[in-house]
Ligand binder design. Structure first.
Ligand SMILES: *[C@@H]1O[C@H](CO)[C@@H](O)[C@H](O)[C@H]1NC(C)=O
Ligand SMILES: *[C@@H]1O[C@H](CO)[C@@H](O)[C@H](O)[C@H]1NC(C)=O
Ligand SMILES: *[C@@H]1O[C@H](CO)[C@@H](O)[C@H](O)[C@H]1NC(C)=O
Ligand SMILES: *[C@@H]1O[C@H](CO)[C@@H](O)[C@H](O)[C@H]1NC(C)=O
Ligand SMILES: *[C@@H]1O[C@H](CO)[C@@H](O)[C@H](O)[C@H]1NC(C)=O
Length: 366
């Protein structure tokens, strides 16, 4: 069905259909993606035609902050500078940022400055210098070196300003008032970065180091400690968590949490057939038995009715028979049984040698 082809052993289904006859619409999109009729709409972390590829799940960069303070002497302090939304602040910010960008040009890790506070005196600028570098096992040394460069450059810039006519300085500084925090504060939390990267799937992502590199991984990614082995299936990250989707091949069904159980289809068919045969046999035996017991019951009923007949008609009509009118066979058959059951002929007192004389010459026994 659906454009599948029979290859002599099994159906070869087109991409978006599956099943032994290609009768099911396949969820071809992995990792929580969904088929929109034309292509897979992948979730945030995945890409590719089937959402099979993970968007660079390695935490990529490490940031660091340096706290600095410089004193600008070329500007008058104004209380409006305290309002970050004011024109005055915006203008000062633009000039200051441009000046700093000039000073730190040449430091590849330099990312920018952020004014944290402006104080009078003339204008004391407390600010942060942002540094960022790619993640490598040596990121600490790289950031350390960059912060040394920043320190040297700002100190030099505030000391040698103006004197150099080639430098078009925008601001003048008090050369002795510059302070720099000694070490950069590394803003590096790969686990946090991993969670941010994973968004809604954060609960299923963990950070794992491999070759000294952090990887943001799910159990559905192969080659990590947390990797889920789906044996004969495919791992899919769903909103409810990672799951193994087991394969159904032409000859086998795979089952179990990680598709570890394989059942041969022919075996299942065989067992089902055998069970059906056994069931049928039991049914036939039961039927035969039922018929037989019905016939026996019928026979018994007939005998009992004959017995009644004898009591009611024959018993009464034969002369010399004792008929106990109080005894009702119909009421208590068991009673009759117990009477005869307790009957013991007592022959102990009989003299077997004594001759029995009968009136007349009629010996009953030779
Ligand atoms: C800050 O400046 C903005 C724009 O000039 C102004 O609307 C706002 O009222 C100021 N806020 C304060 C607290 O002065
Ligand atoms: C200061 O200026 C820079 C560059 O013009 C800008 O990116 C930044 O957002 C500004 N800061 C504030 C607090 O306005
Ligand atoms: C810049 O500093 C302000 C004030 O401390 C802070 O609220 C803001 O988050 C900082 N911006 C960045 C990009 O660090
Ligand atoms: C520069 O800063 C130092 C230390 O804060 C201070 O003693 C000195 O008076 C300042 N110079 C000027 C010209 O403001
Ligand atoms: C992963 O497994 C290796 C070897 O078994 C081990 O050295 C490493 O610490 C494990 N990593 C994690 C994150 O558990």
């Amino acid at each position: 069905l659906n454009g599948g082809k029979w290859n002599g052993e099994a159906c070869e289904c087109p991409d978006n259909f599956e099943g032994d006859r290609c009768q099911y619409v396949a969820n071809v999109c992995h990792n929580g993606g969904s088929w929109d009729g034309l292509k897979c709409q992948c979730t945030i972390l995945f890409h590719g035609p089937k959402c099979e590829d993970v968007v660079d799940a390695v935490p990529r960069s490490v940031a660091a902050l340096m706290d600095l303070s410089v004193t600008v002497t070329s500007q008058q302090y104004n209380t409006k500078l305290e309002n970050r939304s004011s024109e005055e602040f915006k203008n000062f910010n633009t000039t200051f940022t441009d000046q700093m960008n000039q000073i730190y040009a040449g430091i590849p890790e330099y990312e920018g400055v952020n004014i944290t506070r402006l104080r009078p005196g003339s204008v004391v600028v407390e600010h942060e210098v942002l540094l960022r570098t790619n993640y490598t096992p040596e990121y600490r040394q790289v950031l350390e070196r960059a912060s040394q460069d920043v320190m040297e450059k700002i100190v030099k810039a505030t000391q040698v300003q103006i004197s150099n006519s080639n430098n078009n300085f925008l601001l003048c500084f008090n050369s002795t008032a510059t302070t720099v925090s000694s070490t950069p504060i590394v803003q590096y939390d790969p686990e946090e970065e991993c969670r941010e990267l994973a968004k809604d799937y954060a609960a299923y992502f963990t950070l794992e180091y491999k070759d000294q590199k952090p990887y943001c991984v799910t159990p559905c990614m192969t080659g990590f400690n947390v990797s889920l082995d789906c044996h004969n299936g495919q791992c899919q990250l769903q909103p409810s968590g990672p799951r193994c989707n087991c394969l159904i091949t032409a000859t086998h069904w795979y089952q179990g949490e990680t598709c570890e159980w394989g059942i041969q289809k022919s075996l299942v068919y065989g067992l089902t057939g055998a069970s059906a045969v056994v069931l049928l046999l039991i049914l036939v035996i039961l039927l035969v038995f039922a018929l037989h017991s019905r016939r026996v019951a019928k026979k018994e009923k007939f005998r009992v009715s004959q017995l009644f007949k004898w009591y009611e008609d024959g018993g009464r009509s034969i002369p010399g028979t004792i008929w106990n009118a109080n005894f009702d066979i119909r009421e208590d058959f068991a009673h009759l049984d117990s009477i005869y059951g307790n009957f013991q002929p007592s022959l102990d007192n009989v003299d077997s040698r004594a001759k029995v004389a009968w009136p007349g010459d009629w010996p009953p026994f030779p």
